[in-house]
Design a binder for this molecule. Structure first.
Ligand code: F3S
Length: 758
């Protein structure tokens, strides 16, 4: 009976939900009465009410019951603080917390982990005790990166996972629908509440052929990012199909799923394949592979369903070149043969200052074997890397497996710094004394994201994203205009050295599990006695106070704190790096609000500055915001395009709410950020006429009219009045609140509303 298969080896009393999903799928089939895509099957079989739920891609909201929740340490403090303030006794669905983002990369795995355990002692103790108290599995420092641990231990075909990290679609490599959410969405799911998602459309990506030479799965997603841009997947699940799919390994598909976040996709899916079964087998989950093989109708698309994709693009793997994307945005895509030209034309720093390999995106067995193979080739020619070279293993399991296979010794011998199994330089946690802040330089990595300051907090760092093998080869050339497929590297013997294209096995025969760094939740009776400490004097943790309910007319006569111009990701709104320390302390972390954003009103000032409308004083945005807050002045923020793209970081929504912003009006929002704003009782609005953005002037005051009568699908009116000349104009603004979300706004936050309903 496949209904009795445990979901994971850590949860022997939680079973694969296939019988229930099959029942729901039958009902959906009856309703839709046509071939179903894989996205439809997995998503709709998780509907709370499959018989009656309004299913309109791009229009309706779905209410879903996910199978599990995962939260990383940088979001977990705030998520747990919210969960605790909701007064619930234990999580309703399997939940895990992962300590990966807070560990700084500097000297190497052991020293860095030891330093993290000292520096974040209070936060790690809070996470461990709150996990034990609320029935959550806790992965301790050094255990690995959230997506890698999920993939190795928890991902199962046909499941629905919500994770408080935008790269949760990494689960696609196991035909699991992984969706990145904000912490407050995670809290809903943990509380057993229906979790809401705008009904997504589907972007079909047809793969043909087979990868050859230097091309890898990373190049599929780097190429796709160039084809469709950072917004090309917005509101969509990217579903791969076609004959090329069966040529890919499970971890290769995970890499693609992971990086689908870079095109703004809701999620990503690959159909269940032989490769996924093999991966389950070697990660000690043959029982799940067997159960999956009994449920193929659920985890593969119906014949002929590709007609129902909203869009289709095609990528031919036979002719796919390696790609290097960047700098500063992951959709600036360069086939390797074109990169040198782009580097010269744009004057990007040609000398590489570092090469970095690994992270949750690219630290699979296949990846690390390719890297070590290239290092061996170079060592045989007497070469050492010309750039500092770092490898982040994704988990203790892959670290131990790579160690046993001898890959890490090969790397150490080449002078590579092996970092701990955590995010480190992938998320701004890179203490890097070699390059002064602001100094232009270039780095190449196998990570997934390359926004400004993403690795080292240095806006001068030009970051290029590529496959691990290309990042490795480039480390030996030290130059960005290198092409390992054709270029040679001089050696001391005088004989030029040219790399052979890397080769690798897809999987080891078995994975070592390494050191056990998992803390299972105790039995409930014991859990109730666990004390969760928050010191009032702490600068790391602060109890959450509820936000005030909506007050009539509070959106009238709002000064504009800042008119954001250009890219404004959640990294610009709430930068990472040193600010991670304050993720559990809303007051303290609010001092970073919008400090990376460019203010269109102050073109000659550095990013992150604003001007007080009364005093005329120019200061850091959070300083001006606090002055308004202290004076009881509500204000608004004007955003630009795709405001809040990037991560699920809910602090980017909590901070403006905490500092007194009422509304954010932009030409468009990234999905997760818009939901986060709504959950915190903010008013995210989009200009019905995108030209209106250009008409907003420094001395304008904004009024949003009729908020108290807000209705689903009904536009609001925005009146703009110039304080200097008294001129006025009006424009329409859209909102995406549906009827079920309007009480969030009126109650002051979704959490206030949940509490009021209890
Ligand atoms: Fe961490 Fe970078 Fe992955 S931040 S979760 S390693 S994308």
């Amino acid at each position: 009976d496949v209904g009795d298969v445990a979901m994971s080896r850590f949860e022997s009393d939680k079973y694969l939900p296939y019988p229930h999903l099959q029942q729901s799928l039958k009902r959906i089939r009856r309703r839709l009465d046509r071939p179903l895509t894989l996205s439809e099957k997995i998503l709709y079989s998780h509907l709370c009410e499959p018989d009656t739920q309004d299913i309109q891609p791009g229009k309706s909201f779905l209410k879903l019951y996910p199978d599990r929740v995962a939260i990383h340490d940088a979001n977990a403090t705030m998520a747990l603080l919210q969960f605790m303030s909701a007064g619930i006794d234990k999580v309703a669905i399997p939940t895990t917390i992962h300590t990966d983002h807070l560990t700084m990369a500097e000297k190497g795995a052991d020293a860095d982990l030891a330093a993290a355990k000292i520096k974040h002692k209070e936060v790690f103790a809070f996470l461990a005790s709150a996990s034990a108290r609320y029935n959550i599995g806790f992965w301790k420092p050094g255990s690995g990166i959230i997506h890698t641990i999920l993939f190795e231990n928890y991902a199962f075909p046909g499941g629905l996972l919500v994770g408080t990290d935008s790269h949760t679609p990494n689960a696609a490599g196991m035909a699991m629908l992984g969706i990145g959410v904000g912490g407050s969405d995670g809290v809903d799911a943990m509380a057993g509440m229906p979790w809401e998602l705008p009904c997504p459309k589907t972007l079909g990506v047809r793969l043909t052929g087979r990868l050859t030479g230097w091309a890898s799965s990373k190049d599929i997603i780097c190429k796709l990012a160039g084809m469709v841009s950072v917004t090309g997947g917005t509101g969509k699940i990217v579903e791969f199909f076609g004959p090329g799919v069966s040529t890919l390994g499970a971890t290769a598909m995970a890499t693609i799923g992971n990086m689908s976040a870079e095109i703004g996709a809701t999620s990503c899916l690959f159909p269940y394949s032989r490769a996924m079964g093999n991966y389950l087998d070697v990660t000690h989950r043959a029982n799940i592979a067997h159960a999956a093989s009994q449920n193929l109708n659920l985890i593969t698309p119906d014949e002929g369903s590709d007609r129902y994709y909203d869009d289709i693009v095609e990528i031919d793997l036979d002719t796919l070149e390696p790609h290097i994307n960047g700098p500063y945005t992951p959709d600036l895509s360069h086939p390797m043969s074109q990169l040198a030209k782009a580097v010269n034309e744009n004057n990007w720093p040609k000398n590489l200052s570092a090469s970095l390999v690994g992270s949750c995106t690219n630290s699979s067995y296949e990846d690390l074997m390719k890297v070590s193979g290239l290092l061996q080739q170079a060592a045989a020619a007497g070469l050492k890397p010309r750039t500092p070279f770092f490898v982040s293993t994704g988990s203790e399991q892959i670290r131990a497996t790579a160690e046993a296979a001898g890959f890490l010794d090969i790397m150490r011998n080449a002078g590579v710094t092996i970092l701990s199994s955590s995010c480190g330089p992938c998320v701004g946690q890179w203490n890097r004394p070699d390059i002064p802040k602001g100094e232009p330089n270039s780095v190449i990595s196998s990570f997934n994201r390359n926004f400004t300051g993403r690795h080292d907090g240095n806006p001068g760092t030009h970051s290029f994203v590529t496959s691990p093998e290309i990042a490795t080869a480039f480390a030996f050339s030290g130059l960005l205009d290198f092409n390992p497929a054709i270029d040679s590297i001089p050696t001391s013997s005088g004989k030029p050295f040219k790399f052979a294209a890397p080769a690798s096995d897809e999987l080891p025969t078995n994975f070592s599990t390494g050191v056990d760094l998992y803390q299972p939740p105790p039995p409930f009776a014991e859990a109730r006695k666990v004390f969760v400490a928050i010191e009032p004097s702490s600068d790391r943790l602060q109890k959450l106070e509820p936000f005030a309910a909506w007050k009539k007319d509070q959106a009238l006569d709002l000064p504009i704190l800042v008119k954001v111009k250009g890219k404004c990701t959640t990294d610009h709104i709430s930068p990472a790096g040193p600010w991670y320390d304050y993720r559990g302390h809303l007051d303290n972390i609010s001092n970073n609000m919008l400090t990376g954003a460019t203010n269109d009103f102050l073109p000659s000032h550095p990013p992150g500055t604003a001007q007080h409308v009364s005093s005329g004083v120019v200061d850091a945005i959070p300083v001006i915001a606090r002055q308004y807050k202290a004076a009881g002045i509500n204000y608004c923020i004007i955003g630009h395009n795709n405001y809040g793209e990037g991560s699920s970081r809910e602090h980017a929504a909590l901070e403006p709410r905490f500092l007194g912003a009422v509304a954010i009006v932009a030409n468009g929002f990234a999905r997760i950020h818009e939901t986060n704003l709504k959950k915190q009782g903010m008013l995210p609005l989009t200009f019905a006429d995108p030209e209106a953005w250009g008409r907003i002037k420094k001395d304008d005051t904004v009024s949003i009219l009729g908020v108290e009568q807000i209705k689903q699908g009904k536009q609001l009116k925005m009146r703009v009045r110039n304080r200097k000349d008294g001129s006025e104009w009006e424009t329409l603004v859209n909102h995406s609140f549906h009827e079920g979300q309007i009480p969030w706004l009126m109650s002051g936050s979704a959490l206030n509303y949940i509490k009021s309903q209890k």
